[in-house]
Ligand binder design. Structure first.
Ligand code: CP
Ligand code: NVA
Length: 310
């Protein structure tokens, strides 16, 4: 059975852990340059309405290293929604490819693609979520030996797409998450409500605060993201002023557990949301996260195409 991956809530905890085990095996094989050939003859269209380094390279390579093909459709190439409706783009692509990978503005765009296309759709980032990133981030913690009941993940900054997907996966896995950000940019209320509902059965915990030190206290992983996301460039100057006291620097890291990981989805702006000493320091695992995009997304592709047996 094929399936979409549009939101971090689309996989339950059992699926997530099953995919992590497989991703670890695939990563080890990839490092030995042993590649799967399961996608021979299969292809993916990669629709990108926004720029990308990591997501584009890792999905493209992921398809190729498993024997398939990927066709990249950049922001100016198909002008989805302008030159042609989202629905018609989906109805064309499904005739040629086995999978659609889409980086879009509104979440409703990936939902519409998934609705019209008879092939699975993977959300490669929307304004609301970044599920492939969160899967990768928790896989990175998993391979570092983190136990979910012991994880205290502090996310400092904007209550954005990355924050939402991290909150969802933390809740599904029963981990503790703290979000420390300015009152003007909290995680959406409906996301918080959903997380609290999941936490009631998963054992997860959530703290939302405007005090970055409270968020980071006793945390064993500290995560941050850019203050202005793609599409918000015009707000960058105002946001820079608001987020000034939410910079992850050595002083803030000192409030966390000794040896706490520093995490970032990248791209990063050194000197804004994180200082260079923290990002390039010994506890930073942001480039491990970047590397793991390749391996985590390979299993997401396989799961989407229904190629993983239970
Ligand atoms: N973290 C991430 O998604 O990076 P890109 O925007 O470069 O794909
Ligand atoms: N929140 C960021 C993530 C980039 C990978 C953005 O949406 O631009």
């Amino acid at each position: 059975m094929t399936r979409d991956y549009l939101s971090s809530l689309d996989y339950d905890a059992v699926t997530i852990m099953r995919l992590f085990e497989l991703a670890a095996e695939i990563k080890a094989a990839t490092r030995r340059r042993q590649y799967l050939d399961v996608l021979a003859g299969r292809s993916a269209a990669m629709i990108f309405q926004k720029p990308s380094l990591r997501t584009r390279v890792t999905f493209d390579l992921g398809m190729k290293q498993m024997g398939g093909h990927a066709v990249y459709l950049g922001p100016s190439e198909i002008s989805m929604g302008e030159r042609e409706s989202v629905s018609d783009v989906g109805r064309n692509l499904e005739r040629w490819v086995d999978l659609i990978i889409a980086r879009v503005f509104g979440q409703e765009i990936v939902e519409e693609l998934a609705e019209v296309a008879g092939v699975p759709v993977i959300n490669a980032l929307s304004d609301e979520e970044h599920p492939c990133q969160a899967m990768t981030d928790f896989f990175t913690l998993y391979e570092k030996g983190m136990r979910w009941s012991e994880l205290k993940l502090a996310y400092i900054g904007d209550g954005n797409n990355v924050c939402t997907s991290l909150m969802y996966v933390a809740a599904l896995l029963g981990a503790e998450m703290r979000v420390g950000g300015p009152a003007q940019y909290p995680p959406p209320a409906e996301v918080v409500a959903r997380v609290e509902e999941i936490n009631r059965t998963s054992g997860g915990r959530l703290l939302i605060t405007t005090d970055p030190r409270e968020a980071v206290r006793h945390a064993n992983a500290v995560y941050t993201d850019v203050w202005a996301s793609m599409g918000q460039e015009h707000e960058a100057a105002a946001r820079r002023r608001t987020f000034l006291s939410y910079q992850v620097n050595a002083k803030l890291m000192a409030e966390a557990e000794p040896g706490a990981f520093f995490m970032h989805d990248l791209p990063a702006h050194r000197g804004e949301e994180v200082t260079a000493d923290v990002m390039d320091g010994p506890n930073s695992i942001c480039f491990d996260q970047a590397e793991n995009r390749l391996h985590a997304q390979k299993v997401i592709i396989l799961e989407s195409l229904g190629l993983i047996s239970e």
